[in-house]
Design a protein around this ligand. Structure first.
Ligand code: AMP
Ligand code: GLY
Length: 443
């Protein structure tokens, strides 16, 4: 395989959200990197890289660009190009690219693939069934409901990629059946919903573990926790993520050992055993249940917004880690983290996660407090001004010694940055604070 040269690197980052801004920001710090391009990027990324107008899903366009520009390394943010095989295509053309192959990315692209893998290799997850017809799915929903005294009976998931929207945590049996029918018979989520996974509802606290792996060795990153619901107290509809913090105090050293032994190592080995050697970043979304940690989902990439606080804490040159992954010598690669905590508060457009307006002028971007990075997600430049261009607009990310100080710092920045109609959660990190204070866990 081609070797990554030592310096003067030209890097291409694929994607244009807050995660990609954080990736570009981190790669910029590497003395090995000379130039960064980002496709398509956003207004914040444009301050650190050359944004090019190619969509993240346009693999042919990206390949042509990388080839013509002599790109030395490509780093992929979102899942769609990965599951569509961007890594296979670039590799076949002799280009170095960081991420899993199409076969390995199925762990995110097909919930059935992920569930079957976990079942075969005894990786703890919820009980489940896979269905293409409503009758058997309804029977399984009734079965799951009968085995529970209270709470939601089950979760219905479209098998394929649905931009984070294909998961319905059903409040009752009727809602679960409506979701199944919508997917299987009414074409909700199109092809992605032609097959559904119905699974047992798991109660507990969620934690996200991202890891670097070269297919043989793996190095988990520091833990983090996302906030998926739009409103304080984890209420309201699901979003792409309203904030995240790292580390997650629920993830104790003992739990980390258990997760590595029962989930992370077995997953990396299982993929290899199945002939889909996984190279890149693997994300395990876990539920810490009363009977131990269980996998909710895998992602084939860095999480968003978890990447923002996690990368803020990374002290090692990301290019060195990526090179060690590509050359399959991760076992010898040091990966160092700051002992500080980091918190990311997402500022969203009015109406998000429903429909929202674009084009609101963003203020406060030039007054950044020490210890804060403002990672931009849905932003664009208009007449030299940064305006909103998406649902999740900014990820205000703060680093400080301790979660409490990081939360306070992030919200001080939030108070002086924004745009018309901006809304954000006021309680990012509350579970961490409650846990550290020894209070009973919030609902
Ligand atoms: P997924 O895309 O599979 O992670 O699902 C999105 C969100 O739905 C997760 O972050 C959880 O909050 C919730 N979820 C998914 N599966 C389950 C489950 N089996 N039990 C409880 N909540 C779940
Ligand atoms: N934060 C969840 C995800 O990236 O899918």
């Amino acid at each position: 395989m081609k070797q990554l040269k030592q310096d003067g690197l030209k890097v291409l980052v694929v994607g244009g959200g807050g995660r990609e801004h954080a990736l570009v920001w981190k790669l910029r710090q590497s003395p090995r990197v000379a130039e960064i391009f980002c496709a398509p990027g956003n207004a914040g990324i444009a301050g650190l890289a050359t944004c090019i107008d190619i969509k993240a899903e346009d693999i042919t366009g990206l390949l042509t660009f990388a080839w013509q520009q002599g790109i030395d390394l490509t780093v992929v943010g979102p899942e769609a190009p990965l599951t569509a095989g961007i890594v296979d295509t670039f590799t076949a053309h002799g280009l170095l690219i960081f991420g899993p192959s199409r076969a390995a990315a199925q762990i995110e692209g097909s919930k059935t693939f992920a569930k079957t893998l976990m079942a075969k290799y005894n990786i703890p997850t919820s009980a489940y069934g896979v269905f293409t017809g409503t009758g058997p799915a309804y029977a399984f929903i009734d079965e799951l409901a009968a085995s529970r005294q209270s709470g939601p009976p089950c979760v219905v998931k479209a098998d394929g990629l649905a931009a984070g929207k294909g998961v319905i945590v059903a409040a009752d049996v009727a809602e679960a059946k409506v979701a199944v029918r919508a997917m299987l018979e009414e074409g909700a989520f199109g092809e992605a919903g032609r097959q559904v996974v119905v699974e047992e509802f798991l109660a507990g606290e969620e934690v996200s573990i991202l890891l670097f792996t070269d297919g043989e060795h793996m190095i988990p990153m520091v833990s983090s926790q996302d906030h998926k619901r739009v409103f304080d107290g984890d209420r309201g509809p699901n979003t792409g993520g309203m904030g995240a913090y790292s580390p997650a105090p629920v993830y104790t050293p003992a739990l980390a050992r258990e997760v590595e032994e029962t989930i992370l190592w077995p997953t990396v080995k299982a993929l290899r055993a199945e002939g889909c050697v996984y190279s890149g970043v693997l994300y395990a979304g876990l539920m810490i249940t009363a009977t131990g940690p269980k996998v909710l989902e895998y992602n084939a990439r860095f999480g968003d917004p978890e990447t923002q606080p996690v990368l803020l804490r990374l002290e090692t040159d990301l290019v060195d880690i990526i090179q060690a992954v590509l050359e399959r010598r991760l076992a010898a690669q040091p990966v160092e983290w700051s002992t500080d905590a980091a918190v990311c508060v997402v500022q969203a457009a009015a109406g998000y996660p429903g429909s929202y307006e674009k084009g609101q002028v963003i203020y406060g971007l030039d007054q950044v407090l020490p210890g804060v990075e403002i990672f931009q997600a849905g932003t664009a430049l208009r007449d030299d001004r940064v305006v909103t261009n998406g649902g999740r607009v900014l990820g205000i990310t703060a680093q400080a010694p301790g979660i409490k100080a990081a939360i306070e710092l992030a919200y001080r920045q939030v108070a002086q940055t924004g745009f018309n109609g901006m809304h954000c959660r006021k309680d990012i990190g509350r579970r961490a604070l409650a846990r550290l204070a020894g209070e009973p866990k919030p609902e």
